[in-house]
Design a protein around this ligand. Sequence first.
Ligand code: FUL
Length: 478
Amino acid sequence: MNCTSLVQVRPHERQIAWQELGFTAFFHFGINTFTNREWGTGQESPSLFNPSRLDTDQWCAALKSAGIRACILTAKHHDGFCLFDTAFTRHSVMSSPFPRDVAAMLAASCEKYGLKLGMYLSPWDRHEPCYGTGRQYDDFFCGQLEEILTRYGKLYSLWFDGACGEGSNGKKQFYDWDRYYALIRRHQPDAVISIVGPDVRWVGNEAGKTRSSEWSVLPRRMSSVHKIAADSQHIDDPAFRERPVREEDLGSREKLAGETDLIWYPAEVDVSIRPGWFYHPEEDDQVKPLETLLRFYETAAGGNAVLLLNIPPNREGRIHEADCMRLAELGAAIKNIFDDNLLEGASVCTGTENPSFPAANILCDDDSYWRPAEESEQAEITFTLSHRKKLTHLDIREQVRESQRIEAFSVHAKTSENNWEKIYSGTTVGFRKICRFAPVKTEELRITIERSRIYPTLRFAGAYSDPAERILPAANPH
Ligand code: FUL
């Protein structure tokens, strides 16, 4: 496909709304929390589910302290135990010593704290006797899905993972995905369908790694349910989390040259704050360090992806204080870096002005944007700051409503009269690219766009300084 066709591939508004969230959370909570396992067998007794101080407000407050804007609840994991009041099985909270609809409690807390809510409903169900029967199980699953879609207000994401094994009867189910998707579109047209779905792609690992070139324009076959299932996790193997990302180049111009059918398919980075997805008391001292989490944020939310950070509630039904402390530290670190945009008050020059898309738009954090007057793959944008400042970060964003176009860019800072130093070079930008570089003092900053599809766009640029001048652990080894 040529570039003219590539840039015709553009996001749906529901994908833009999802990507704008940037930093989101997962809550893995359920019977596994009480059995200390990652995957339940489906044979667990609901009597085990007994959180002593369950407090979904506390979960939401912890997220808010980190600047997280949405969360996804494991309404049902592979063991089939439901955290919600379902009419389709007795294997739920309603048969437990804590007979309350946890999904409803979380929905109320999200409303109170201004967080968006999404749901994880595992199609793989190791408890349900009709699993593996085809139509009968699809009816059962759609019944539960419809409950989820109609009772908890507006949802932003329905999250389906690719794990698909045998049921308690030894049978495997072939899911009627098209039927599930149609139900979601009917009840929640603004929600994205993630991972085994057409709207949001799994980045390919559970280790918090984003590709250095993360493309959102990809071959449609990437979203085929067969391909997703074949590529996803089938075994509960901790080594899996460290497996290298499959295929580094998914969407370069060269890679897409022979393709005929493309879609907008942005990446999500799901990773846990602890080693496991569910809470295990022995992992209380293994909450990831601040620097690691900050790197996840900068390389995922700032790498044309969305960060989905898992924070598992404990057996009390609360977020453990170690995780709470780390989340508050992370929120403070992000604020300290990104709250003060040092390009405010700067002037911006792009050579020939385009009156319909002026350069000044780059300084406004809204939907307006800049594009060059001519159809040129290259461009130079120079910012003159009000005075000399120390910088450690540049945040740049394309107007993805015009597709993803930038393929290579570099950043230079004027460090003295006649001396421009290269401080960063990168490839893709997309929705948001955070560039971190060694501290530099400068009054002038230049972004050189070296290659793009037809012409580049820029919706926003901001420059920042990390007061702590942290050195983050290595990112993107691939
Ligand atoms: C995987 C599941 O098997 C894990 O238990 C976890 O829910 C993760 C987010 O998705 O495929």
